[in-house]
Design a protein around this ligand. Structure first.
Ligand SMILES: Nc1nc2c(ncn2[C@@H]2O[C@H](COP(=O)(O)OP(=O)(O)OP(=O)(O)O)[C@@H](O)[C@H]2O)c(=O)[nH]1
Ligand SMILES: [Mg+2]
Length: 297
């Protein structure tokens, strides 16, 4: 038997840094949803990456920012918990944004906690190379960072160097997951995430933040999957927007989610969406338990 290696790598960073994009790229499959808007990821999502005899659990985390609502606090707390419990921690920075306040605050918190991390500047495909050096100089605090990498999670530029570094850092250990498992998210939660991603793309401005999706039924046969989901909004006006004129918006959302789910599961998917007003769903403890978030964070 060859020796196996196993470990956890947490991916931290400000909202929109590209954490979920990086995790999906390394896993080689979509395990976490991605959108151009900030605060897309709401809970920690584990993607499982295998390279030779090494299994690495990549922990995608919600972006870290100054939280205000209860849900925000729970999201940020989840990210920090994962950072403390992993073998290695990556701090992903959107290099095209320069030194963001959120990033600066994450670095001071890491320092305060005595926590080391690997600095990863992302999105170098859209940044002028001359701009990178001064950014590294300002960000790189030797008390916190052991290494610096410049990558593009989207185009995979320079990704091999980071991959080799991570693989070599992972200690010996028994794999925790079977070799064909890609993520630890149960199907019901994953399907809810796919629909939530479509809401992020199709709805304007703040509305996606007022919405939560729950899969209430997931029935799979050899060739088909029947999925029922409830989209929770906070007010009747929001429900009207999600439904759209003559139901045109909900139809678009359902079409787009169904198409992707069919492709991902390689089966015919029948998706039924219901929209319900649930004032203060963000104050409902059950929503948090469902997603593994701490209601009292
Ligand atoms: N050009 C470019 N865009 C990128 C890269 N990585 C991510 N993006 C884009 O940046 C946006 C945010 O990506 P996400 O992966 O959702 O970012 P995140 O850090 O997970 O964001 P939150 O979950 O909101 O904290 C998306 O539009 C991505 O397509 C990259 O290397 N280059
Ligand atoms: Mg994300």
């Amino acid at each position: 038997m060859t020796e196996t290696h196993f470990g956890f790598v947490a991916v931290l960073g400000a909202p929109n840094a590209g954490k979920s994009t990086l995790v999906n790229n390394l896993v080689g499959a979509k395990v976490s949803i991605v959108s151009p808007k900030v605060q897309t990821t709401r809970s920690r999502i584990r993607g499982i990456w295998i390279e030779g005899n090494t299994q690495i659990v990549l922990v995608d985390t919600p972006g870290i920012f100054k939280p205000s609502r209860r849900l925000d606090r729970a999201m940020v707390a989840a990210a920090w918990t994962e950072a403390g419990e992993s073998d290695l921690c990556l701090l992903l920075v959107d290099a095209s944004k320069g030194l963001e306040k959120n990033t600066r605050e994450i670095i001071s918190s890491l320092k305060k906690n005595g926590q080391h991390a690997v600095l990863v500047l992302n999105k170098i495909d859209i940044v002028k190379k001359e701009a990178l050096l001064p950014l590294i100089a300002t960000l790189n605090d030797p008390d916190v960072f052991s290494e610096t990498f410049l990558i593009s999670a989207k185009t995979s530029e320079n990704l091999n160097d980071l991959k080799h570094y991570l693989i070599n850092k992972i200690p010996k250990g028994t794999w925790m997951f079977p070799p064909d498992q890609l993520s630890d998210l149960p199907n019901r939660l994953f399907c809810a995430e796919i629909t939530r991603e479509k809401l992020f793309f199709l709805l304007q401005q703040e509305l996606p933040y007022m919405i939560s999706v729950e899969t209430t039924r997931f029935d799979e046969t050899k060739s088909d999957i029947r999925i029922e989901q409830t989209i929770y909004v906070e007010r009747a006006g929001q429900k009207a927007i999600v439904l759209g004129k003559n139901g045109s918006m909900i139809k678009k959302i359902g079409e787009s989610a169904r198409r992707e789910l069919s492709a991902l599961f390689e089966k015919t998917v029948h998706l039924f969406l219901f929209v319900k007003v649930k004032e203060n769903w963000g104050e409902d403890p059950a929503q948090y338990t469902n997603w593994g978030l701490d209601f009292n964070a």
